[in-house]
Design a protein around this ligand. Structure first.
Ligand code: BGC
Length: 843
């Protein structure tokens, strides 16, 4: 029997509201037979029907869609056995091109001039009487700042930090909420808008007012009556506003101050001021993944430090506390957050200037509180101002609504912990944009971090909407000469050169190729590559130009200039990391060109395909010429300088063998400890294992000596650290930076090793986008007795595992309908169509 196991529009299986005029429809199939593939499918929407053999991102191409309308999607699929299946779903269109009847409003009398802090939150309100015969009440709203709506005091929707962070001068999302049940009888709609990313303090230099001088709100309430008539009520100068509401302060870094005792009837309300918004930003229905509440965590331990009761949640993560308490009017309860403890105290030095504090001022009696306009990266919370018995504390993890699609487990519990740490690192840093860290005064969209981590991210989560949104910003912020800003959405940080000049920088800039390619490989939507292709080409042209600038001969194929180099390598500091830039950058461009050539091939751009391939080979030659003796030995040796060319295909034949041997020698010298910074870390185990050193790769993976992944695990880490040696053997905090403190305990970059866990230890790797074809080739070693991975691909579920029993290894693999698996079991190769397979290999 054939079944459509998943049907989505714009990658959502439900609640899709879109302004895409050609929404993309995808479906997965399931069958109890083997060898099943889609023969043809009929997709119909709005009187348009298409026959297709594709299952991913089929774009609607019928008559223009109407705004504010629900559409039915129907898919009828037939497989190669003649079995048929049907499934339907609905989606809604947003405003499409309809103009906003609402006006942007603000508190015109509020002057916000202070530096390095955030504005007072604004509270807007308006009373509604809808009358009888109401069928539907819908809200379309957005803000400059971050906002939350309440109807008669009840929170509307589940989103945090709406409208999300985008390159506000180019695009802004609006949210859609159906409030029919909440609002049918009329009442008061209020909106609290805090500074967020646009107006509040942001970046480690605490710039504020980056996108606007003050917060603004735009909101339309659209009421449809039983008789079909429609009335739209929009924000305008008749709305009220105050900056004396319950939210006294809100900021991502410093936290929130909430006064529950504040009587909103007693504060001064003024009429809002209408504001003309300049610029040509597009305002589009939410197309990213909204931040929502996910896991709720309970404390696993409680300790005391003076007046403070410290709760341990047992897990480092990004989120907020959630409390029930018994208090007296005016009582001030303070919650401080930290990732680690030192000498029995909350350790906040690593947060730098971020206060990460929530202050709650009580009303009388039983009450509850959870911050709305901030989040912290923490494991421990110190509470003061209340007796322990009067408070019940839990915490909620906040992160973008990305579906978990992958699991990895094996017989070594330490690796399972590492996998969990990697996943938590990802969740903590997928808070609307891919951030570097969730705790200190940074939390920015550093492009390099996600460039390294994206393959791992895509194994674990469906990143499509999240990355798609961020990549739209990347495209619109590309420099005129082709450079990609190192922070997206782009914010220039005073005094930080790389953020002010949009110049190409190795890996960070190459994120425009690496990230969409990783996403395409996982989810198979080629339209992403098509859209990003011009950006990639312009970027590469800029890189080539810089490499050639003032260079002659083979040096024209050495990309020196200004790079982040071996960022966060165990030894040295930022100067010595950056001094390795010419190695990392030259190897990096070889890889990017290679990928770009593959992408050109996929898009049918044949001459580009050949051109980028050739250019990649020239840069390979440049690397060998400038840095090696042309026989696989580097003139100046360090792990990353071998890892990158080995993994990116710079060497061949004997040279490759020698390079791998040389890498091994370096690794042995440091007793199998990791010696790589951000660029080498994702690939070091591949460079060993794929070149004949499987046991050695496992030895490094399982090493517990610092620097290594399992050193962190042994030290009790529950996420992945920015610096390999953030804690000493005795558990004490280490900071090697002279004038700065760059030690985050929740930086996912080094967690890029997750790619190795899935694609070598468990052995699954996509070949064609979306796993239409994929490889199953586990690399067994390290004394593991089993490994298992599951992946919810766009075509259906893959389950891969192997288990060793004495002299026998049993492998199993399931292949989704329409997919093909290239299995390499020992020396045997098999091509498998859909179904479940088991193989036995005897030693
Ligand atoms: C961030 C990194 C980032 C780097 C680039 C750091 O401050 O935390 O993860 O990629 O700067 O310079």
């Amino acid at each position: 029997m054939l079944e459509i196991s998943r049907l989505s529009t714009e990658n959502l299986t439900k609640n899709c509201v879109t302004d895409n005029k050609n929404p993309r429809i995808s479906f997965a199939l399931k069958s109890d037979r083997e060898g099943v593939a889609l023969k043809r499918a009929l997709i119909s929407v709005n009187g348009w029907t298409v026959e297709t053999t594709e299952q991913i991102a089929i774009s609607y191409a019928g008559a223009p869609l109407e705004p504010y309308t629900e559409y039915l999607v129907k898919v009828v699929a037939e497989d190669n056995f003649g079995d048929r299946a049907e499934r339907e779903m609905t989606f809604r269109t947003g405003k499409l091109d309809d103009v906003w009847q609402a006006k942007w409003i603000t508190d015109g009398s509020y002057r916000f001039k202070e530096k390095k802090t955030s504005p007072r939150p604004m509270t807007f309100k308006h009373r509604f009487i809808f009358g009888t015969g109401v069928k539907r009440i819908e809200v379309y709203s957005t803000a400059i700042g971050i906002y939350k709506l309440f109807f008669n005091g009840v929170a509307v929707g589940e989103d945090y930090f709406a409208p999300g962070f985008t390159s506000y001068k180019n695009q802004l999302q609006y949210q859609y909420y159906d409030i029919t049940e909440l609002a049918r009888d009329g009442g008061e709609l209020s909106a609290v808008v805090s500074g967020g990313w646009a107006v509040g303090a942001y970046t480690h230099k605490r710039r504020n007012r980056i996108y606007a001088d003050r917060q603004t709100l735009l909101c339309e309430v659209r009421v449809t009556f039983e008789d079909g008539s429609v009335k739209v009520f929009g924000t305008n100068k008749n709305w009220y506003v105050t900056t004396e509401g319950r939210y006294k302060f809100a900021e991502f870094y410093d936290g929130e101050i909430y006064d529950a005792a504040c009587d909103l009837n007693k504060v001064t309300w003024r009429f809002a001021t209408e504001k003309k918004m300049i610029g040509k930003r597009q305002i589009l229905a939410q197309y990213g993944a909204p931040v929502r509440a996910h896991e709720e965590l309970s404390p696993i331990g409680i300790m005391r430090d003076g007046d403070e009761v410290i709760y341990d949640f047992g897990q480092n993560f990004a989120g907020v506390i959630k409390v029930k308490l018994n208090g007296k009017e005016g009582q001030k309860v303070v919650f401080r957050h930290a990732e680690i403890m030192q000498n029995g105290k909350l350790f906040t030095t690593a947060l730098r200037s971020a206060k990460a504090t929530a202050t709650y001022i009580c009303k009388d009696g039983e009450q509850s509180y959870s911050p709305t306009f901030t989040y912290m990266g923490f494991r421990y919370v110190g509470v003061s101002g209340i007796e322990e018995d009067d408070i019940e504390l839990s915490a909620i993890a906040l992160y973008s609504d990305i579906e978990c699609v992958g699991t990895f487990s094996c017989s070594d519990e330490r690796l399972n912990r590492l996998q969990s740490n990697i996943a938590w690192g990802a969740k903590s840093n997928f808070v609307d944009i891919p951030t570097d860290c969730p705790q200190r005064d940074e939390r920015m969209g550093w492009t390099g971090d996600i460039a390294f981590f994206s393959p791992t991210a895509c194994f674990n989560f469906d990143m499509s909407r999240f990355l798609n949104k961020w990549l739209i910003d990347m495209q619109s912020e590309q420099g005129l000469l082709g450079g990609i800003p190192v922070i997206i959405p782009h914010v220039s940080v005073p005094g930080v050169f790389e953020t002010t000049v949009k110049m190409p920088i190795d890996f960070w800039g190459d994120s425009c190729i690496l990230v969409p390619f990783a996403e395409y490989k996982a989810r198979g939507d080629i339209s992403l590559l098509r859209r990003m292709y011009p950006t990639m080409k312009r970027y590469i042209r800029a890189c080539k130009f810089l490499a050639e600038f003032l260079s002659l001969g083979n040096n024209r194929r050495v990309w020196s200039f200004h790079h982040y180099g071996d960022w966060c390598a165990p030894e040295g500091n930022w100067k010595s990391w950056m001094a390795r830039g010419k190695w990392t950058a030259t190897a990096c461009i070889v890889n990017s060109l290679n990928i770009l050539s593959q992408i050109a091939g996929l898009l049918g751009e044949e001459s580009d395909q050949a051109y980028y391939k050739k250019l990649s080979e020239e840069f390979s030659e440049g690397y060998r010429y400038a840095f090696t003796d042309r026989n696989g030995t580097l003139k100046e040796e360090f792990q990353t300088a071998y890892v990158l060319p080995l993994h990116f295909g710079v060497f061949e034949g004997e040279e490759k063998k020698n390079a791998a041997k040389n890498l091994l020698e370096l690794v042995k010298k440091v007793n199998y400890r990791v010696g790589t910074g951000f660029p080498g870390t994702p690939y070091v185990l591949f460079a060993l294992a794929d070149n004949g050193y499987v046991n050695e790769a496992y030895r490094m993976l399982l090493n517990e000596e610092c620097p290594s992944w399992l050193y962190e695990v042994k030290a009790g880490a529950t996420t992945v650290w920015e610096r390999w040696d953030a804690l000493g053997e005795d558990g004490s905090f280490r900071n090697k930076d002279e004038n700065d403190c760059m030690v985050s305990f929740n930086h996912y970059s080094h967690g890029a090793v997750g790619n190795f866990l899935y694609s070598r230890v468990a052995g699954i790797e996509p070949i064609e986008g979306g796993y239409k074809s994929f490889k199953f080739a586990p690399v067994i070693g390290g004394g593991l007795s089993y490994a298992c991975a599951t992946l919810d691909t766009p075509y259906g579920e893959i389950k891969a595992s192997w288990q060793r029993r004495e002299a026998e290894t049993v492998y199993s693999i399931s292949v989704p309908v329409s997919c093909e698996c290239y299995a390499e079991i020992g020396k045997e190769k098999h091509i498998l169509s859909s179904g479940e397979y088991t193989f036995k290999e005897v030693d």
